[in-house]
Design a protein around this ligand. Structure first.
Ligand SMILES: O=C(O)/C=C(\CC(=O)C(=O)O)C(=O)O
Length: 307
């Protein structure tokens, strides 16, 4: 009932409603490997324990953006505003006709039957989130219990953390029994040199473990911009060296995603068409782009449907 809907978090920026046509043509079969749905709140209420209340961002709106950008498939990641209620994400994955996979949030007492139901719907991983502004992170024992439960399904664990926390977390990450997928390049401080100790430590961690890296969210990581707005086709130049380094060092283990509808941005809301134009800045050859956008995400999320 509309009278019970919660208002958006003050200052919330809604997703960009009329994105440009990208000038870079995404290769056929491109996967947007990081995006979310929010609600709609009237149908899929947000979780009581959430730390933000977003605007609605429905499956229809996500699929319209997919088609506008020239994306073929989506990986829909459970957003923290929905807690461990995966209904909105699962509904979107089911409605995609096989063109979406999901990444869920589950509690340690999740049953095998529930995991099987999620798997049948198209879920292929769980997300562990360590950002204090987003969640009260579960104890490591609970997360380890979840990882042990999902490993037999062939799923992976998606990790979202601040780069400053990697030294404390990396032994725990390395102990997990599944492949790992790291959001937004481990959130590097892009004011530091790309070959400085922070990003080098992250790259070493990737090198030594069964890890995939999302080369995503330049709009979230950038400090000096320029923003992907007003026709700017060379946006977020300060993030480019980090994306390029990840793509060149790990060409077979990088993924790309829009992060639509860009939760919790406070500075500006990017034009998603211009965000697509960031891709050729970080993946500079057609071969690298095909791996980043098509071959790698297909191997991880649609194995056996190879390209
Ligand atoms: O969209 C992202 O990946 C990043 C988020 C939101 C988020 O992760 C969530 O709500 O689950 C952020 O940094 O606020």
């Amino acid at each position: 009932m509309s009278s019970t809907l919660s208002p958006k978090t003050p200052g919330w920026l809604d997703w960009y409603s009329d994105p440009s046509a990208p000038s870079f043509t995404l290769p056929p079969g491109t996967v947007d490997a990081h995006c979310h749905v929010f609600g709609p709140q009237a149908r899929f209420p947000f979780a009581p324990e959430r730390k933000y209340t977003p605007c609605d961002a429905s499956r229809e709106q996500l699929f319209a953006l997919r088609d506008h950008l020239g994306v073929s498939r989506n990986v829909i990641v459970q957003a923290t505003c929905h807690g461990a209620d995966n209904s909105a994400m699962v509904d979107a994955v089911r409605a995609s006709g096989g063109r979406a996979r999901g990444v869920a949030t589950v509690r340690p007492d999740v049953t095998e039957a529930e995991l099987r139901r999620l798997d049948e719907a198209g879920v292929r991983g769980v997300r562990f989130n360590f950002l204090k502004r987003l969640v009260d992170t579960a104890p490591k024992d609970d997360l380890a219990a979840v990882a042990a439960k999902i490993a037999p399904l062939g799923w992976h664990v998606v990790l979202y953390f601040e780069s400053a926390d990697l030294p404390e977390l990396e032994d725990f990450f390395a102990s997990l029994p599944t492949p790992l997928v790291i959001d937004h390049m481990g959130r590097p401080d892009v004011t530091r040199p790309v070959d400085g100790p922070g990003f080098s430590r992250f790259l070493r961690f990737v090198d030594r473990n069964d890890v995939w890296v999302k080369v995503s969210c330049p709009e979230r990581l950038s400090v000096t911009g320029p923003a992907a707005l007003h026709g700017e086709r060379h946006a977020y130049t300060d993030v480019v060296p980090f994306g390029r380094r990840a793509v060149e060092e790990f060409p077979d283990r990088v993924l790309w995603g829009t992060d639509w509808p860009h939760p919790n941005l406070t500075d500006h809301m990017p034009d998603d068409g211009l965000l697509v134009d960031h891709v050729p800045q970080v993946a500079v050859t057609p071969e690298l782009r095909h791996k980043l956008l098509v071959a790698n995400p297909m191997r991880l999320y649609w194995p056996g449907e190879g390209v």
